[in-house]
Design a protein around this ligand. Structure first.
Ligand SMILES: C[S@@+](CC[C@H](N)C(=O)[O-])C[C@H]1O[C@@H](n2cnc3c(N)ncnc32)[C@H](O)[C@@H]1O
Length: 238
């Protein structure tokens, strides 16, 4: 049997290695005021946010930059940005405050428990080397029942993406994000293909709900069954 990863036994042992092991702070030091997904994918994400976010709420935009893709007509109490580059974050017109923090070094969010009504992470999850710690922190800062929307495309900085991400296709990426959400207590997880990639960048959103009361519903049987399915996906050679 193949060796396993201690944190997520479903995954290979080197799952969270990156080709570029240099400091993320150096890599993200120059501001990149560019679009990471094309216009059609951006429009699809904005439309999805229109359906899933509530005006007046407090939002956490994790792995943020100069654009948050929020519907322009919707006002929010707060949009808290979290990223790696102060210049990018200060250029983001939707953010009311922001934190610069390397989540691979320090996954603890400097936010009160239950203080956010929704969290989003757009095209950043592939860079997380400690995803369960980060997702658990997002769960902590969300109020019960609040959504965490993780969206991704097929583009990335390959040398900074973790090995497991580079080895998977869109389907595998969705399963991986679902795995992170399930392991950190999120419920009612759904996957939406917002753009299928035929005429624009692909864009997929996986949404989980931070529902504390439903946590006990996850039975050992269900957990073991999913773990077996996941092993087939993440270890195709066995
Ligand atoms: C491709 S950009 C996406 C930015 C923005 N969410 C968007 O949709 O345009 C990925 C972002 O992930 C963030 N990021 C990458 N590595 C990180 C790390 N180790 N800790 C925290 N954030 C990180 C960077 O701030 C970077 O802006």
């Amino acid at each position: 049997m193949a060796e396993t990863n201690d944190i997520l036994p479903e995954l290979p042992p080197d799952a969270f290695q990156k080709q570029d092991q240099g400091d993320d702070a150096n890599f993200y030091a120059p501001a990149r005021l560019v679009s990471h997904i094309d216009e059609a994918a951006t429009r699809a994400l904005t439309a999805y946010y229109r359906l899933t976010l509530r005006a007046g709420d407090t939002l956490l935009d994790l792995m943020s930059s100069w654009i948050s893709h929020l519907p322009p007509e919707m006002d929010f109490a707060e949009v808290i940005g979290h990223g790696m580059n102060a210049e990018e974050l200060s250029a983001n017109p939707r953010l009311t405050r922001s934190f610069v923090q390397d989540l691979n070094r320090s996954p603890v969010l400097q936010l009160e428990s239950g203080s956010c009504d929704a969290a989003m992470c757009c095209v950043g999850v592939q860079y997380l080397q400690r995803p369960l710690e980060v997702f658990a922190e997002v769960f902590r800062v969300l109020r019960p029942g609040a959504p965490f929307i993780v969206s991704f495309s097929n583009r990335c900085f390959p040398t900074k993406a973790v090995a497991i991400w580079r080895s998977l296709d869109d389907h595998g990426h969705a399963a991986l994000v679902r795995l992170y959400l399930e392991h950190t207590g999120f419920h009612d997880i759904s996957t939406e293909i917002l753009r299928n990639g035929s005429q624009s960048d692909p864009l997929i959103a996986v949404l989980g709900s931070a529902e504390v009361l439903l946590r006990a519903r996850r039975t050992t049987f269900h957990y073991l069954q999913r773990r077996q399915q996941n092993r087939k996906l993440f270890f195709p050679q066995t």
